[in-house]
Design a protein around this ligand. Structure first.
Ligand SMILES: Nc1ncnc2c1ncn2[C@@H]1O[C@H](COP(=O)(O)OP(=O)(O)OP(=O)(O)O)[C@@H](O)[C@H]1O
Ligand SMILES: [Mg+2]
Length: 259
């Protein structure tokens, strides 16, 4: 299958001179669930944010289904961004908005001029948003303000918001770091199912090796802004973890699962 996401020679140098991404290239097909692993500061968040153009890369290109995200401007950029689903660790919901209103935010870029002026959404937008909330098991919470939902429910609203974008790619930056283990599994399962059912690439910064092993089809290991491991989740052995995290961290912190 042709790659859906194509990253070529992507770099990010922060204004203070920190090199967060070395020239990084990656091809991800529409049927892959990629877990990104790496120590703190390895460049995981920077990579996902550059793909979504939440931050500007310093050089290189990111193409999604053939469209160049890095070169897009104005309306073209808005349209491309509207199809990049992004799930954040801290949910990023509007606390006083209901679950449905939060999910409807995904449809804002699709509104006509007059719908925007009047602050209205089409029946189709409302149906898509309600369906997305059903998909994540929150059909009974449509009218609940986000601030009254539990952490797991809030993250599912955020996932529903990403689904309502009808995304061409799903990116998630440590989406489970604030959740208990059972809810973490639910969220990763939802992302995996969406990717599989819609043939879109899913890239997730996971914060445990176990999640990478259980959910991902492929693991990309980052270290100092460079890809140091790229292989099947099943090939993530101790040597690979040492390459990604360094020997001392693996022994002391990561504790790979016993075979
Ligand atoms: N706004 C910023 N300004 C300057 N440097 C930054 C900025 N954001 C991140 N960095 C630096 O870029 C590098 C990569 O950071 P990034 O946040 O991508 O790491 P990460 O792999 O996501 O780490 P963590 O696991 O702690 O979330 C680090 O050296 C970090 O200090
Ligand atoms: Mg990060």
């Amino acid at each position: 299958m042709a790659a859906s996401l194509s990253i070529r020679a992507l770099t990010k140098v922060w204004p203070n001179g920190t090199r967060a991404l070395e020239p990084l290239s990656l091809e991800v097909a529409g049927d892959e669930f990629v877990a990104i692993l790496g120590g703190s500061g390895a460049g995981k968040s920077t990579l996902l944010r550059c793909i979504a153009r939440l931050i500007e890369p310093s050089s290189g290109t990111v193409q999604l289904a053939g469209a160049d995200i890095t070169a897009a401007k104005g309306r073209a950029l808005t349209d491309l961004r509207a199809r990049v689903g992004f799930v954040f660790q801290q949910f990023n919901l509007v606390p006083k908005y209901t679950a449905l209103e939060n999910v409807l935010l995904a449809r804002v870029p699709r509104r006509t001029y007059w719908q925007g002026i009047l602050g209205r959404f089409s029946d189709e937008d409302r149906a898509v948003a309600a369906r997305a909330l059903e998909q994540v098991g929150l059909h009974d919470k449509l009218d609940a303000p986000a601030r009254e939902l539990s952490g797991g429910q809030q993250q599912r609203v955020a996932v529903a918001r990403a689904f309502a974008q009808e995304p061409r790619i799903l990116l998630a930056d440590e989406p489970t770091a604030s959740l208990d283990p059972r809810l973490a599994d639910v969220v990763l399962d939802l992302l995996r199912a969406y990717g599989r059912d819609h043939s879109v690439p899913v890239l997730v910064n996971v914060h445990t090796v176990e999640h990478a092993r259980r959910f991902a089809t492929r693991v990309v290991g980052l270290r100092a802004g460079a890809v140091v491991f790229d292989g099947a989740a099943s090939s993530l052995d101790e040597a690979a973890l040492e390459t990604i995290y360094g020997a001392s961290v693996v022994t002391n912190v990561v504790q790979p699962r016993a075979k």
